[in-house]
Ligand binder design. Structure first.
Ligand SMILES: Cc1cc2ncn([C@H]3O[C@H](COP(=O)(O)O)[C@@H](O)[C@H]3O)c2cc1C
Ligand SMILES: O=C(O)c1cccnc1
Length: 343
């Protein structure tokens, strides 16, 4: 049973008025570049004269992948759990960026191999890792449905406790294999045009990864239902991110989409309910080659191009100051009239 989401496209009635406010700021027309459409989108989402971005929340979802046993990553599946412990200890790249930004990180066990008993971890496990997607469905439709609901419920709780922006990150060894399979299956692009080296695998591993993804995509040939494809090819972290995205869009809360993996979950969400695209902001272009294709499928223009290929929500964290800058210029920058500047 597909979930029903009540997601409305943006109300664009005030668009001309918002654009006029941006154009009347004391600067040449368009001179704030990409920050201008960013402010416009935030203003259309929030529909308030003063924009608010005081409580951004980053949720990092972790899950394990059965296909990792095929050696498609530089690391074994056990590294997912080790990295979750690293997140909890504050030692990962994303922890450093969050500290720099004064941003709180929340970590979710969506289904890593072995549970971790730590009250700081949000535990909503769908299982002990997925099945090998090359051979069989990664998870059941029931698990997928449950994952969408768990992700959505978490997003709703965060929003109810004041989050005014949600950002998503992920950790899951081999999840570029899952994300690539989803990209190929959802867009019909050949696997060879979607694939990349993820964590940095060698040529032999890359060839094997491609053969496995081709096998997975062939296994689901003819299937177009995004939720079915998500269960077949996804991961527990991807499913929960997808549910969280749908819930954020339903609540009209803006969200920051990170790199290749989170973008794959975002594309699934768009295929489930196209209107959720209106609430998405894209942090960066990943060095993972398929990311450009994912972004194109969502007509998305990322903010940063730093050659990142890490995930964890690192790009989303780095883009947050740009969102804050867009909000501050929209709220506080003088207009030509108020400043008495005549051009
Ligand atoms: C130590 C380490 C830290 C990471 N942090 C994020 N990823 C990233 O790499 C993984 C995806 O790439 P692949 O499909 O090649 O495994 C994900 O866990 C992603 O978050 C990491 C990977 C490793 C090894
Ligand atoms: O862009 C990403 O999200 C990414 C790329 C490579 C490896 N892990 C994540």
């Amino acid at each position: 049973m597909p979930a029903l989401y009540s997601i409305s496209a943006l109300d664009r009635t005030a668009q001309a008025q918002i654009q006029a406010r941006i154009d009347n700021k004391t600067k040449p027309l368009g001179a704030l570049g990409q920050l201008e459409p960013l402010a416009l989108q935030l203003a259309l989402i929030q529909q308030t004269p003063t924009l608010r971005l005081s409580n951004p929340t980053l949720l990092v979802f972790a899950g394990d992948h059965g296909v990792a046993a095929e050696g498609v990553s530089i690391a074994p599946a056990a590294v997912t759990r080790q990295m979750v412990l690293n997140f909890l200890a504050g030692g990962a790249a994303i922890n450093c960026f969050c500290r720099t930004l004064g941003w709180q990180l929340k970590v979710v066990d969506a289904g890593i191999l072995e549970p971790i008993d730590d009250p700081r971890l949000i535990t909503q496990r769908l299982g002990a890792g997925t099945a090998n997607l090359a051979l069989e469905s990664a998870m059941s439709q029931t698990q997928c449905q449950q994952g969408l609901q768990l992700g959505a419920a978490l997003a709703r709780r965060e929003i109810a406790s004041g989050a005014d922006l949600l950002a998503f990150g992920e950790m899951g060894i081999a999840n570029t294999t899952s994300a690539t399979a989803l990209l190929a299956a959802l867009t019909g692009a050949p696997v060879a045009a979607c694939i990349g080296r993820g964590t940095g695998i060698n040529d032999t591993q890359l060839a094997h990864k491609q053969a496995l993804i081709e096998q997975a995509v062939a296994r689901v040939a003819g299937q177009t239902d995004p939720q079915v494809l998500l269960a077949e090819l996804g991961g527990f972290e991807l499913v929960q991110i997808c549910g969280a995205i749908l819930a954020a869009a339903e609540a009209r809360v803006p969200m920051l989409i990170d790199g290749f993996i989170v973008s794959a979950a975002a594309l699934v969400a768009c295929r489930i309910a196209l209107a959720c695209r209106d609430y998405m902001l894209f942090s960066h272009g990943s060095a993972e080659p398929g990311h450009a294709r994912l972004l194109a499928a969502m007509q998305a223009e990322p903010l940063l191009d730093l050659g990142l290929r890490l995930g964890e929500g690192t790009g989303a964290a780095l883009a947050l100051p740009l969102l804050q800058a867009a909000v501050s210029f929209y709220n506080d920058m003088a207009s030509f009239e108020s400043a008495g500047v005549t051009v």
